[in-house]
Design a protein around this ligand. Structure first.
Ligand SMILES: [Zn+2]
Length: 66
């Protein structure tokens, strides 16, 4: 398994582009996997065909029904 790349610019831009060719022509590439306090969302670039997964971590919760 590949190491997680912590590209601050990518994180600051909320992952809105391909980390390989910087194209914004990207799409989800399957279902997210949820578990262990993190969510991984598979993405694919429609310009260069690069595939990666965005990693999200739990930062808290909010009430949705009292
Ligand atoms: Zn790309």
């Amino acid at each position: 398994m590949a190491a997680i790349t912590k590209d601050q610019e990518y994180i600051d831009n909320h992952g809105g582009y391909c980390p390989y060719c910087l194209s914004k022509n990207i799409t989800k590439n399957g279902n997210p996997s949820i578990g262990g306090g993190s969510i991984k969302i598979p993405k694919r670039c429609l310009t260069c065909d690069y595939e990666w997964r965005d990693h999200y971590v739990l930062i808290g919760y909010e009430e949705t029904k009292v």
